[in-house]
Design a protein around this ligand. Structure first.
Ligand SMILES: [Zn+2]
Ligand SMILES: [Zn+2]
Ligand SMILES: [Zn+2]
Ligand SMILES: [Zn+2]
Length: 317
């Protein structure tokens, strides 16, 4: 029963990934072969290209998905035209929003959203005190002796106003929300509010959504919640292809990370490689980075989380 279910979800996953044309993950067997040859001093350039370009395609997809959550614009699966989401800006602030909520880490100057800090901890739970990576048993345990139940950790992550920077790990303070006037103006120009009943222009005022045309009125918070549950139809203005946000989001699930930096770095550097040795260095650099951040690896490599860890351990030794 369980096997059948997991098989089904596997098939669904494959189907969704192909509908949206995401690049497949790289087969571990190829990576192992690459390292075996390299240890013998052999640089098989055909294999290097093979693995490198597969990683490159995967990195590009990871960066694309990260951009969608940053900008609220979804690439059309048919022609890649970016389609602006209508409802994202309305509820994004709670999770630490879009570009009006950008801030810079005071330690390493990287641009951040607060939700990046949270997402990084979801990917790799760290101790709030000493920032070591936590060991996952039943509870989350730190070498310094602190433990959290998964629920308590989640709760704490949501409510803390100081979290580690995903890049430099220094503690940073949750930024104040941007000034109200500015926020409202940017939002209006980017996406007009629509009355859900009569589709006329509606207003966000007095903590409500209010329509002057038909008199519709609802508490803003309830309205936002209902939007979150509702699927959004997206239509490409270029090729007229239509698809649902939820289906897209599902298909991109295995590509989502709060730390797209290693993928972005690889994209830049891979294109500058001219020799087999340089190609091997870049592939190795990426895999070493993944080694340090366990949960990132399954985004790139096609295998169970445990097997990947084992493989990366083997390669590093
Ligand atoms: Zn930083
Ligand atoms: Zn600790
Ligand atoms: Zn109305
Ligand atoms: Zn299109």
């Amino acid at each position: 029963m369980t096997t059948l279910h997991s098989l089904r979800s596997k098939v669904l996953e494959i189907k969704e990934e192909t509908t949206m044309n995401w690049a497949p993950r790289v087969k571990p067997i190829k990576i192992r072969r690459l390292y075996r040859y390299t240890r013998l001093g052999i640089y098989d350039d055909l294999l290097l290209h093979d693995v490198g370009w597969e990683l490159y395609a995967r990195c590009t997809d990871i960066a694309t998905v990260a951009d969608v959550y940053r900008e609220g614009r979804v690439p059309c699966p048919e022609c890649s035209t970016k389609i602006a989401r209508r409802i994202d800006p309305l509820f994004s602030t709670g999770e630490g929003g879009t570009h009006e909520n950008w801030f810079y880490c005071p330690h390493c100057a990287k641009r951040l959203l607060w939700r990046d800090c949270r997402q990084a901890l979801r990917d790799t739970p760290r101790c709030f005190d000493c920032r070591s990576v936590l060991q996952k048993a039943d509870d989350l345990e730190c070498v310094c002796g602190k433990t959290w139940s998964p629920a308590a950790y989640k709760q704490s992550m949501r409510t803390r106003v100081r979290l580690p920077c995903p890049h430099c790990l220094n503690l940073i303070r949750k930024p104040d929300p941007p000034p109200r006037g500015r926020t409202v103006r940017t939002r209006k120009s980017r996406s007009e509010l629509q009355c859900p009943k009569c589709q006329a222009v509606a207003l966000h005022q007095h903590g409500n959504i209010e329509c002057t045309a038909c008199g519709y009125k609802r508490r803003w918070r309830d309205y936002r919640k209902s939007l979150k549950k509702k699927d959004e139809k997206l239509e490409c203005p270029n090729c007229r292809y239509t698809f649902g946000w939820q289906a897209w989001r599902q298909s991109a699930r295995s590509l989502r990370t709060g730390n797209p930096r290693p993928a972005r770095d690889f994209i830049k550097r891979w294109l500058r490689c001219h020799t087999p040795q340089q190609r091997m260095i870049q592939i190795d650099t990426l895999l070493q980075t993944l080694h340090g951040r366990g949960p990132l690896a399954p985004l790139f490599i096609d295998s169970g989380e445990h097997n990947i860890r084992q493989m990366l351990d083997d390669l590093a030794s």
